[in-house]
Design a protein around this ligand. Structure first.
Ligand code: DAH
Length: 373
């Protein structure tokens, strides 16, 4: 892959820390929470659909812009296409930001029932449920007219009903096991939303860490996608599910960085390769908070700030949050960010954190065109 990613290309915004995640394929490890969850979802689809779903989990995450965006009807001016949101390898190649990047190709090659699992990449903010690399599973199912004609409802409603029924069944399959323990059942809700590739579109949210957390997006596939793939008389549903977020709820994993831990005390807890394991924290290490304030310029973005912080502190940064924001009479805008440093594996020394923070301050000032206050 080395010769694919040209670091010297001015349009390349893939830092080394991200580059080094390519090929790790947590989703193909049977004793990792992500792999265990993938296998459990496979089991559900095998049982409910008699093995009809074809599975892909080894498609290259480096895709052309056309696949990632155009093929799934993402408009030219959509924010997700920006360098601020997506990792570009060069002007026409990205690290896929969703597994939807493979939908159109697979439809075109004739598949009607499929699951695509893989690592996806997004520039984003930093907190316990966001990490620039995570894993998704995409599911697509195509129906032919005989399937909905007998039902008496229109094609779109038929697909939407089947979609919700299928995903609710999946939740039952995954969390049914959960209900038998002394934990309360998970709270879930459907929310109407917008995606360029589906209409209608829905999100499934689960209540976790005192907030509603989005775990999947789905909907009835836009006809334009099906028609271009040669499916002129069909209707289809599709979903894209975030594996980390579901796994956090299922295995009680409190922070998304843990999925990347190579610490035996983490990895050994999933050696049975089955659902039902609950993560036991090794011990609670305290977080350490550092604030920094600066005057921003027009080009400032929080994603760029987070990239700088992550570049220096790596997985020692737990959260970056804006805690104060004001504009003075001269029109200058000040932001104050609080950075939480915490290791999942050990306690950090004051000296180590001060050094990191010092480094962050210097780099932020040099690279982000801001003025520290
Ligand atoms: N690609 C969407 C995302 O990353 C998730 C998604 C939504 C996938 C709707 C789909 C879909 O296939 O139909 O957030």
């Amino acid at each position: 892959m080395e010769n694919v990613v040209r670091e010297s290309d001015p349009t390349n915004n893939v830092p080394d820390a991200i580059f080094s995640k390519l090929g790790l394929q947590l989703h193909r490890r049977d004793n990792h929470p992500i792999g265990i969850l993938k296998n459990a979802i496979y089991d559900y689809f095998d049982e409910s659909h008699g093995g009809k779903f074809v599975k892909f989990d080894d498609l290259c995450p480096i895709v052309d812009v056309k696949k990632n965006f155009d093929d799934v009807l993402v408009p030219d001016d959509h924010v997700s296409r920006s360098y601020n949101d997506t990792y570009y390898v060069d002007a026409s190649t990205v690290l896929r930001c969703h597994t939807s990047a493979h939908q159109a190709d697979l439809l075109r090659s004739g598949h009607t029932h499929f699951l695509v699992t893989g690592d996806v990449y997004r520039r984003d903010s930093i907190d316990s449920t966001h990490y620039p690399v995570f894993h998704q599973m995409e599911g697509v199912r195509v129906f032919s007219p005989d399937e909905w004609l007998a039902s008496g409802v229109d094609a779109t409603s038929y697909a939407a009903m089947d979609l919700k029924k299928t995903l609710e069944g999946l939740a039952q399959h995954l969390f049914g096991i959960f209900h038998k323990s002394d934990h309360c059942a998970v709270d879930m809700r459907w929310v109407d939303t917008y995606f360029p590739f589906t209409s209608p579109s829905f999100e499934l949210e689960i209540y976790f860490q005192e907030k509603w957390m989005e775990v999947l997006g789905c909907g009835v596939t836009e006809q334009a996608i099906l028609k271009r793939s040669g499916k002129i008389d069909n209707v289809a549903w599709a979903f894209g599910l975030g594996l980390e977020r579901l796994a956090m709820v299922l295995f009680e994993i409190p922070d998304i960085r843990l999925f990347w831990s190579t610490d035996q005390r983490f990895t050994s807890q999933f050696s049975e390769g089955k659902l039902g394991a609950k993560f036991k924290p090794f011990s609670k290490f305290p977080p350490c908070y550092k604030d920094m304030s600066f005057w921003i310029s027009d080009s400032f973005t929080e994603n760029n700030l987070c990239e700088v912080v992550r570049g220096i502190a790596g997985d020692l940064v737990e959260e970056v949050s804006l805690i104060d924001n004001f504009t003075n009479k001269k029109g200058q805008t000040s932001h104050c960010y609080r950075i939480a440093y915490r290791s999942m594996e050990r306690s950090l020394t004051d000296e180590e954190i001060n050094q990191l923070q010092w480094n962050v301050r210097e780099t932020v000032q040099n690279k982000l065109n801001v003025i520290l206050r």
